[in-house]
Design a protein around this ligand. Structure first.
Ligand SMILES: [Zn+2]
Length: 502
């Protein structure tokens, strides 16, 4: 296999900057990678779409500097765009909602643009042209994954009735891939939609490189099918960080090992480790040694040796605790669950949802085990290690749920001053995450997470205000605590319509 790559998800609020990326290129070469993919979406300052470039987006000049550094490091630098699905960063920008496939009355619900409208096709070509001008690798990745809205708008629905969703997808990408080939470059696509709609494969030129991402299983069966159709295929495992509070280490190791084995058996063109979504109280810096360790593993090292070589013995010990022992300590955090801690705490924009989801477990023995494992992981680490952030996240999440549980008890007993005090203790726990969030932003990570933390704390303050506004009950009606803490709470509304009709 010639290609040993990893892909960095720059699109989710990240602002690594040129120097840090240059450092990663050197580290990548030392660890054994020969390519780095930059997953850009809207975080590249496309000259054709200047309205979509927010602060911290990678610029074409940055890309030219990096392309030169990459050549010096002996690492290919491959741009990964998206050109049909996952256009939400464009659609959510002023000047971009016209791209939405639908529904027409709620364009912000659209993750996809329309493959039938000529102006959308031209928009995609302009993005690709911008990338071809800034990056010099032979390959350009056009994305194409998770286009689940195929056939939604009236124009697309008409075409789907005639040629099916595979025909719609195949015609769109067949055209774009030939357009790239005509410019002397080689197009790449994620394979998931082609596997789902195999009739689309007939439309796609055979020079297209297909990236077969399989995060919960090996790629043998799917890559075998694509190889049988005459395509070069890159097999793509993932770091199981996007679906966890920090990382499911066992799933990651199994996924990376299985891909290495089966990619070889299938005659794949290479491997690409994908890393996704370092946002929502998540830190890429804390993961970087694991990224590099995967290349060492693929070059034959034992896992433990690979992680120690990249992160040091303390990092390796703490990673075992965070990535294996903590997920085993609480059913809520178990491998295979979907980032429940961060989903309920931060993505929900209402931290009381974490209490609702975890109140049966966090206040008891499981929470105690998580807290003592956090202490053990912290003892293994030097000061300043980026792993202190995920440790603190686990610790404060347990503490928050416990404080809300106490507040609920006080509320039930009519002790509103004690209820408010417990919530204020809980808010102080969440505030303890602030220095880690700020350090992650300075380290190239999400610049949005500080504002996300503000949203959570504002909601706690709002709930405290609601409690203070309630008259002492004296046996009369009061809202349930579960209703009082909800986003749609309206004072005096007994049936809780604000939750039920959403
Ligand atoms: Zn359409």
């Amino acid at each position: 296999m010639s290609l040993l790559a990893w892909m960095y998800d720059l699109a989710r609020d990240q602002s690594p900057g040129v120097e840090r990326l240059e450092d990663w290129l050197k580290r990548s070469a030392a660890a054994g990678y020969n390519a780095l993919g930059l997953y850009l979406e809207h975080r590249f300052a496309y000259p054709s779409a200047p309205w979509a470039a927010a602060d911290g987006a990678l610029t074409p000049e940055d890309a030219r500097v990096l392309a030169r550094s990459a050549r010096r490091a002996g690492v290919r630098l491959i741009p990964f765009l998206n050109t049909l699905g996952h256009m939400e960063g464009f659609i959510g920008s002023r000047g971009g909602t016209w791209l939405a496939e639908g529904p027409p009355d709620q364009p912000l619900l659209s993750l996809q643009m329309c493959p039938s409208r000529a102006e959308c096709r031209d928009f995609a070509r302009a993005l690709v042209a911008d990338a071809l001008a800034a990056f010099d690798d032979e390959w350009v990745h056009l994305g194409g994954d998770e286009t689940r809205q195929l056939g939604q708008c009236p124009a697309c629905a008409q075409r789907v009735a005639r040629i099916g969703p595979g025909g719609l997808y195949g015609e769109y990408y067949g055209d774009l891939c030939r357009w790239v080939l005509a410019r002397g470059r080689r197009p790449c696509l994620w394979a998931d939609m082609l596997l789902q709609h195999p009739d689309a494969l007939a439309c796609v030129p055979r020079e297209t490189v297909l990236f077969d991402w399989q995060y919960d299983q090996g790629p043998a069966e799917t890559t075998g099918r694509l190889r049988a159709q005459g395509f070069d295929v890159v097999c793509c495992p993932a770091l199981h960080t996007f679906d966890s509070a920090w990382c499911f280490l066992g799933l990651t190791q199994q996924n990376a090992d299985q891909h290495a084995l089966e990619a070889r058996e299938c005659g794949a063109a290479g491997l690409c480790l994908t890393t996704w979504e370092f946002t929502g109280l998540s830190s890429f810096e804390s993961i970087l040694p694991l990224v590099m360790a995967v290349a060492r593993r693929w070059r034959g090292a034992a896992w433990h040796d690979a992680i120690v070589a990249e992160g040091g013995a303390g990092y390796a010990a703490a990673a075992e605790i965070l990535g294996r022992e903590i997920p085993a300590a609480a059913a809520f955090l178990a491998p295979g669950t979907w980032r429940q801690l961060r989903r309920h705490l931060v993505f929900s924009q209402n931290p009381f949802r974490l209490w609702l989801a975890w109140r049966d477990e966090a206040p008891g023995d499981a929470g105690e085990r998580v807290l003592s494992l956090c202490d053990a992981a912290e003892r293994a680490l030097p000061a300043g290690s980026p792993l202190h952030y995920p440790i603190e996240l686990h610790r404060r999440a347990v503490g928050w749920v416990r404080d809300v549980q106490a507040a609920d008890g006080h509320y039930a007993r009519g002790e509103s001053a004690a209820c408010v005090a417990a919530l204020e203790r809980g808010a102080a726990q969440l505030e303890r995450l602030r220095p880690f969030v700020e350090a992650a932003a300075l380290g190239g990570g999400s610049r949005v997470d500080g504002a996300r933390l503000d949203v959570l704390l504002r909601h706690v303050g709002e709930v405290v205000g609601r409690i203070r506004a309630l008259e002492p009950a004296g046996g009369r009606w009061l809202p349930a605590f579960e209703w009082l803490v909800m986003d749609g709470y309206v004072p005096g509304e007994q049936p809780g319509w604000g939750v039920r009709v959403r």
